[in-house]
Design a binder for this molecule. Structure first.
Ligand code: SF4
Ligand code: SF4
Length: 251
């Protein structure tokens, strides 16, 4: 089984076991709304759907949102494009943290932010169908992180918390994203070993467009994602067909 651990931006102490929370289980956390968890952050990574939602919030195209608020680079390990929120130059805070310590995109904040102080991990089962709710319950796990914060204590069930940010509604997309990125990463890393630099650049651009750029915020995300992944598949097959593709080269 391939396990894909999703980094939620919280530094989890190694060796600490975080018990899983069931949907109807209650958990508590304390928060005084100081906004410190949004300061000095350079680890808020966006999925394609996260970026699309921010585009919807501002009614701006993807490239414009990336230029204004994000950093874009190729991940050293995955060899896939990474888009993360760009900290402000003057104080290192998230660009969406307001002077009043609120989130300017609260209703459209990225998954990692919406989940906090929860963590999420995905145990991906090869061949599993993300549209099946039972599969999602088996693959996606939630756990509570100790924020060490004081302030107002909130107690609620996991379902209530996830519903408050419509996280259950996006689980299928998030699971598909995890599945597709895992598979894509293997293929891109294998191709990079045999393509010329100009072809690798082309591949990276195609991947960035499919995962992040080629979306119209006036249209639903899912059909556009399906179309982009199908087009990227064609590109990958062509590039793999042009070269001698050996599976054992994938590490
Ligand atoms: S979780 Fe903690 S750091 Fe974040 S706003 Fe609440 S009190 Fe502040
Ligand atoms: S997007 Fe909102 S919640 Fe997330 S780090 Fe920025 S200000 Fe905080």
């Amino acid at each position: 089984m391939n396990q894909l651990k999703i980094d939620l931006g919280a530094q989890l102490p190694p060796g600490v076991d975080y018990p899983e929370i069931g949907l109807e289980d209650s958990f508590s956390f304390q928060c005084q709304g100081c906004g410190d968890c949004c300061r000095k952050r350079s680890d808020i990574v966006l999925s394609g759907y996260d970026l699309y939602r921010i585009c919807c919030r501002f009614a701006l195209p993807s490239q414009m949102v990336i230029d204004a608020f994000c950093q874009s680079y190729i991940g050293a390990a995955t060899r896939l494009p990474v888009i993360r929120l760009k900290p402000r130059r003057d104080n290192g805070n998230c660009p969406f943290l307001t002077a009043e310590s609120n989130c300017a995109i609260h209703s459209h904040k990225p998954l990692v932010c919406a989940l906090y102080p929860l963590g999420q991990s995905i145990d991906f089962e090869p061949g599993a169908d993300p549209s099946d709710p039972k599969i999602r319950r088996r693959c996606i796990h939630y756990f509570a992180q100790d924020t060490g914060c004081s302030g107002h204590r909130v107690t609620l069930t996991l379902r209530e918390y996830l519903d408050s940010f419509s996280i259950l509604e996006r689980e299928e997309l998030d699971l598909r994203w995890a599945r597709d990125c895992l598979a894509l990463s293997s293929r891109v890393r294998a191709l990079e070993k045999r393509l010329r630099p100009i072809e690798i650049k082309y591949l990276h651009r195609k991947t960035l467009r499919a995962l992040y750029l080629d979306y119209d915020f006036h249209e639903d995300f899912a059909p556009q994602y399906d179309r982009n992944i199908a087009q990227l598949e064609e590109t990958l097959c062509k590039l793999e067909g042009d070269k001698t593709y050996k599976k054992e080269d994938v590490t």
